[in-house]
Design a protein around this ligand. Structure first.
Ligand SMILES: Cc1ncc(COP(=O)(O)O)c(C=O)c1O
Length: 397
């Protein structure tokens, strides 16, 4: 077997299953705020497009995806991030992927040169795929703590030059999972300058970019920051976007990667061998989804209402802040986060994720310790029920 597999950590949900094994929950309905799986209905037009194009199952799809899908993505990117007209060529700058999870993983396998003692820098806490991708690509993961003190944005200036010299790939996540922090234009442009200085690639995971509160202030993206500083060929910049959260279609496994044409060319070559083309009916449905914003606005309305209701219930008893964007809360726990997670299940039949399962301990801190992640994905009523039970539990302590 590949000996690097042994370096992989058990996935957080596997650890949670172990933690809760044998614990008997009370006879209350089960409410889960654990998995970041959107629960709002998938738009009917997506269902319809899939079912009307099942004949596409008779053909092998192109790894590169069909032109109508890449063109729709190009228009969406240009409109959403105010990119210069014509700066995105759907033939060179865009690749459809089967959800960003596989793409974030595969990307490291394609870009890392394992002979050069590579480092992959990432936020901490982080989406677990970044670490697994780095390890299986033969790189050392370097964790940058995201804490309340730094506004949950890594302090990139604290990284020694020796690490940047080994860095081949930097993952960022904006809006962040689990913190919800959004990086500013300035922060992104500083990173692009750093990437030029030390010659590494920035992989910006923006799969929560469409879940924000203020319709007048959508999160900025890496390509936008790049274009605004004159890097209109997007050198060293690659973004990852998904329909899972934006369009409530996690089962469709549809997203895209966009940016630096040279990097994407090599990534396409990798993917041709990897064998991960998007099924034709999903390509058609995805084309329509990227062309429609109405369902995305309606989706944001639902999240807005849930955040308001849940924060009203939780803020009197927990240290919890509304995030910049995304669908997670990241409160401080009144006792050890793992114990508190177990208690919420044992006493209230509520599922959450212990923060320490989403982060790694570093020399200075364990930035997930004594926090939990709450995904406000269930219905508003279920989220309210869960919040009331969490509050009750805290009040009993
Ligand atoms: C930060 C982050 N990136 C990527 C993904 C993967 O999403 P998908 O593969 O559905 O596009 C997730 C899913 O939860 C996530 O939280």
């Amino acid at each position: 077997m590949n000996s690097e597999l042994q370096q992989l950590q058990p996935y957080p949900f596997q650890k949670i299953r172990e933690l809760l094994k044998g614990v008997q929950p009370p006879a209350l309905s089960s409410v889960s705020l654990a998995i970041g799986e959107p629960k709002h209905p998938t738009p009917a037009f997506i269902h319809q497009a899939v079912s009307e194009h099942l004949a596409g199952l008779a053909t092998y799809p192109l790894t590169k995806g069909d032109m109508p899908l890449r063109a729709a993505i190009g228009h969406w990117l240009t409109r959403r991030f105010q990119l210069p007209a014509q700066s995105i060529d759907p033939d060179k700058h865009i690749l459809p992927v089967n959800g960003t999870r596989e793409a974030l993983f595969a990307f490291a396998q394609a870009v890392i040169d394992r002979r050069a003692n590579p480092a992959v820098v990432m936020p901490n806490p982080f989406y677990q795929i970044y670490e697994g991708a780095a390890l299986l690509a033969g790189a050392e993961p370097i964790y940058l703590n995201c804490t309340a003190d730094n506004g949950f944005i890594p302090d990139f200036s604290s990284v020694p030059a020796a690490v940047w010299q080994r860095c081949q790939l930097l993952y960022i996540c904006t809006p962040g999972n689990p913190t919800g922090a959004v990086m500013s234009m300035e922060q992104l442009q500083d990173l692009i300058r750093l990437a030029e200085q030390y010659d590494f690639i920035i992989a910006s995971d923006e799969c929560y970019s469409e879940l924000y509160f203020d319709e007048a202030h959508a999160p900025v993206g890496l390509l936008q920051a790049s274009a605004q500083m004159g890097n209109t060929d997007y050198q060293r910049c690659v973004v990852f976007h998904s329909l899972s959260k934006r369009s409530n279609a996690p089962g469709m496994r549809s997203g895209f990667v966009a940016g630096d044409a040279n990097v994407l060319d090599s990534f396409l070559q990798y993917r041709t061998y990897h064998g991960c083309a998007m099924p034709p009916p999903f390509q058609v449905a995805s084309t329509l989804a990227w062309q429609d914003e109405e369902h995305v606005r309606a989706n944001r309305d639902l999240y807005r209402a849930k955040f308001d209701a849940v924060l009203d219930i939780l803020s009197p008893v927990l240290e919890v802040k509304k995030p910049d964007a995304g669908f997670y809360l990241w409160p401080i726990t009144p006792e050890d986060d793992v114990l508190f997670t177990r208690r919420l299940f044992a006493e209230q039949h509520v599922h959450v994720v212990p923060g320490s399962y989403l982060a790694r301990e570093t020399a200075t801190d364990h930035p997930g310790k004594n926090r939990i992640r709450l995904a406000l994905v269930a219905t508003e009523q279920e989220c309210i029920t869960a919040a009331q039970r969490i509050r009750h539990c805290v009040e009993q302590l």
